[in-house]
Design a protein around this ligand. Sequence first.
Ligand SMILES: Nc1ncnc2c1ncn2[C@@H]1O[C@H](COP(=O)(O)OP(=O)(O)OP(=O)(O)O)[C@@H](O)[C@H]1O
Ligand SMILES: [Mg+2]
Length: 363
Amino acid sequence: MIDKLMRFLNKDILCLTGDIIPLTPFAILSPSTGKKGIKIGKDEFNRDVYLDIDSLPNPHGIITGTTGSGKSTLARSLAYRINKRQGTKTIFIDPHGEHAFFVKNVLKGEVIDAKNVPDILEPYCYDSMDWASELVSIFRDVYTLTDFQMYFLRQAFVKAIEERSIENAISYLKDSYDVSPLIKELFFKVFPVLKFFKSPSTNISVLLEKHAVDVSLFSIQNRELSIFTTLVLLSQIDSFMKSRGVQNKTETIVIVDEAHRIFTLSSRNILVRAYQETRKFGYGFWSINQLPGQIPYELYQLAGFLFFLPGPIEYVKELESIALLTEDDRDFLLYSIKGTAVFLRQGDPRPIRVILENIKEAF
Ligand SMILES: Nc1ncnc2c1ncn2[C@@H]1O[C@H](COP(=O)(O)OP(=O)(O)OP(=O)(O)O)[C@@H](O)[C@H]1O
Ligand SMILES: [Mg+2]
């Protein structure tokens, strides 16, 4: 039967449609990105490549690359273009203070030292009970707590939030000191953190009005405290933006450098929740991380766009488990020099190999 069919086909037909699909221009060329948004560089056919966050399913993004591959430089370049050319407010959460010079001198924005702590008792869109629970779960992620300790800490935070006084939380825990050795242990874990946030001088709503801000955490030497501060800040930014309701344009981008630091225990951490839930609240989180496996796999699936910078074989293999990369993408990531990236947009499975055109002020 098949023989008969093939003989019939052989007479007039040179090849079947399926055979020529790989030779058609659409299959050979990577997709064009259009001309909206910010320019990021050129593809290998010399076409301009653009990132338009408002045309993506969500404005959240990820920049992944091994150490020294150029992640922070790319982030600054994107920030410059989105801030200066598109008017999008830009906030860096900057663990080492490395973006401070750029924000101050290039974006003409403001640098906020971590000593100017935010008011952690301000719940924005949450009620007291829910914000207390959020603070406790952040605390648990960073410092590990038993369920019993979490219960007591929640009570302490509810009191503190309702009366807007960190002192209240401290004295509540101090008064319960003798109830159990676990409370005593809790007190010694919590006390230095509460003391740190005792006199707040940064208001998230004021911070979010500025056109560019670098929140430099450089002066916080204690790693746990730096992570706790980052998580609270992200959660408050999220809460404040949500309290304003749905927005049809992305007004603010929050760039979280070294985002892998903040993934400790909870897979429901604020970044995962934000990538899942906050498509329309007028802000996007851009996470920068080193090895792909250091942040939850879920985040790559949720993000509106991804940049993979070149790196060694083990790193590229990890990337292959995250995204559908072709052999050419793989070789590009393995053998390219600095200044290139594989760029992916949610909704389009075809990666784009990009020669980045970072602005000179970003270096
Ligand atoms: N496109 C590029 N072309 C040439 N040099 C670059 C490029 N991007 C970054 N660099 C240089 O590479 C060095 C590392 O860059 P950068 O700090 O951005 O890397 P990183 O990936 O953020 O590193 P880390 O993981 O340590 O934070 C810097 O000296 C920077 O100027
Ligand atoms: Mg960096």
